[in-house]
Design a protein around this ligand. Structure first.
Ligand code: G1P
Ligand code: ZN
Length: 543
């Protein structure tokens, strides 16, 4: 064991969020940088002596090197056991499952999620606790404080360990178990879903294209969809994780997964299309000729979960982040279960799941999940869709249309205004907040503003409060505009504008989304003096 002085104070400018710390890879590669975060994490959780930790990442550049560093540090700090995915790979939901299944004390996940990878791109690290979910604010706060004052870290003078061979290695008093990253996850999925029903679907000629985007879900999707469930070989594409995600942007949405999106809209489309992100927690769902917006996907999954073995007794409740459309609320209402509206970010679902208040949750940003782990789970969402398709014996389009016919449709879109100068974005928010109180009752075209609020949330489980989580403008014709600043953007500020319009006129459920939402966007721009304050007239990305 040796003690090394720390010369970098890496996080002075950024407290790690619940998705951890994300920076340029080269920043992470600075001397002592990663070590500072890891030692501070160990210190913040009361040390790792005699503890069992799970370790793995999405395979991006610097993943393996970071793992070797952490192994040496864990050994020096007296950890009793490390459980590591073979080749250093573990998808985020699989890591969550392994922490839970093996009763580990926590885990370290190496990923920058859907951000591009490579030496010129991004890297990230986060700590998940015993329940398999991202560390609480208290822990991340403690890590942050520790990084500012830490002066040294502990490490050991050992050779790099073998990450490629499955099995157990003993190094001094620490055991290292290299596990197949896929098997436990596959077993979990087998427990939740009716694999025979999905197999029969494929046997009967059902076709699928799953784009793993050169990221971590490749091996998971290949094993589960092709080997176990019998989807035709080649159904899973871009299935080998690469350090720079094939130079792509592993974010499963119509913009970054355009080839899949275009295929699904063409006459060569298979029955079902899906993609997931860098670390496997996000998903995109498509049917032949139809894109399922994440907010709709959450609602359809909640409405149909009872068709699937694990959820056959019904769900206890549903949660969605505030900017996610209210489609899920209508389902919860019909099922007679609670609906929780939380601030943006997965961490708010953790307490609700641990407390048994909800079974299914999701966000408009392509994250859907359930009580089976404490992270969102891309492949789980795909399998739940497949199981529902197998039971209902209908196409994605038929299911979505029927859903809209019975619940009405929440037209939905998100506009992102990126790299807005921080002062301008702050001024925009400040001005809007100052006038929210005066907006109620204001006439807009044929409608009027019902109310406008600054969203805050009180956690029903631990009572903690989160204030000012976004501005919400409700119109009396079922329209809503929500705006907030992104917490994950890296350049300047990203202003997000979430637009939705509810339509229960059944002849109206197939209109063009952007056409339906444009009047709300225009009203919003006008009400907030958007262009004059921010200097922007059109969004950079529409999803
Ligand atoms: C974004 C998404 C949010 C998600 C988060 C982490 O955060 O909007 O739903 O939980 O990434 O994946 P934002 O940049 O909006 O703060
Ligand atoms: Zn992710």
């Amino acid at each position: 064991m040796k003690t090394i002085a720390i010369t970098t104070t890496p996080f002075a400018d950024q407290k790690p969020g619940t998705s951890g710390l994300r920076k340029k890879t080269k920043v992470f590669m600075q001397e002592n940088y990663l070590e500072n975060f890891v030692q501070s994490t160990f210190d913040a959780i009361g040390g790792v002596k005699d503890k069992v930790l799970v370790l793995g990442g999405d395979g991006r550049y610097f993943n393996k090197q970071a793992i070797q560093t952490i192994v040496k540090m864990a050994l020096a700090s007296g950890a009793s056991k490390l459980i590591i995915g073979q080749n250093g790979l573990l998808s985020t939901p699989a890591a969550s499952n392994i922490i839970r299944t093996y009763n580990a004390d926590g885990g370290i996940i190496l990923s920058a999620s859907h951000n591009p990878g490579g030496i010129e791109n991004d890297f990230g690290i986060k700590f998940n606790g015993k329940n398999g979910g991202p560390a609480s604010e208290t822990i991340t706060g403690a890590i942050f404080e520790r990084t500012k004052i830490i002066t040294e870290y502990l490490t050991s003078d050992i050779q790099d360990i073998d990450l490629d061979t499955i099995g157990t290695q003993q190094i001094s008093a620490m055991q290292i178990e290299i596990i197949n990253p896929v098997e436990d996850y596959c077993l979990l999925m087998q427990k939740l879903f009716d694999f025979n029903a999905i197999k029969a679907l494929f046997e009967n000629g059902f076709t699928i294209r799953f784009d793993a985007m050169h990221a971590v879900t490749g091996p998971y999707a290949k094993r589960i969809l092709e080997d176990v469930l019998g989807a035709k070989e080649g159904s899973v594409i871009n299935a080998v994780p690469s350090e720079d995600f094939g130079q792509g942007h592993p974010d499963p949405n119509p913009v970054w997964a355009k080839p899949l999106f275009d295929l699904m809209m063409s006459d060569k489309a298979p029955d079902f299309g899906a993609a997931s992100d860098g670390d496997g927690d996000r998903n995109m769902i498509l049917g032949r000729g139809i894109y399922v917006a994440p907010s709709d996907s959450l609602a359809v999954l909640a409405a149909n979960a009872h068709l699937v073995p694990h959820y056959k007794n019904g769900i206890s409740g549903v949660a969605r982040s505030m900017p996610t459309s209210r489609a899920a609320d209508r389902v919860a209402h019909k099922l007679g279960v609670s609906l929780y509206e939380t601030p943006t970010g997965w961490k708010f679902f953790g307490n609700l799941l641990d407390d048994g208040r909800i079974t299914i949750c999701g966000e408009e940003s392509a994250g859907t999940g359930s009580s089976h782990v404490r992270e969102k789970d891309g492949l789980w969402a795909v399998l739940l869709w497949l199981n529902i398709l197998a039971m209902r014996k209908q196409s994605v389009a038929e299911i979505l249309n029927e859903h809209w016919l019975s619940f009405g449709r929440d037209y939905y879109s998100r506009y992102d205004f990126e790299a807005v100068p921080k002062e301008k974005a702050a001024l925009f928010v400040e001005r809007l907040k100052s006038k929210l109180g005066d907006l109620g009752g204001m006439p807009i075209g044929n409608t009027f503003i019902e109310n406008a609020t600054d969203f805050s949330y009180k956690d029903p489980v631990d009572g903690s409060e989160s204030l000012s989580q976004g501005c919400v403008i409700n119109f009396n014709n079922g329209a809503r505009a929500v705006t907030r600043l992104s917490g994950t953007g890296t350049e300047g500020a990203t202003i997000r504008l979430y637009l939705e319009q509810y339509a229960d006129n059944l002849s109206d459920v197939k209109r063009d989304v952007q056409q339906v939402l444009t009047p709300i966007a225009e009203a919003f721009y006008q009400l907030t003096d958007f262009s004059s304050i921010t200097g922007r007239t059109a969004p950079d990305v529409i999803t």
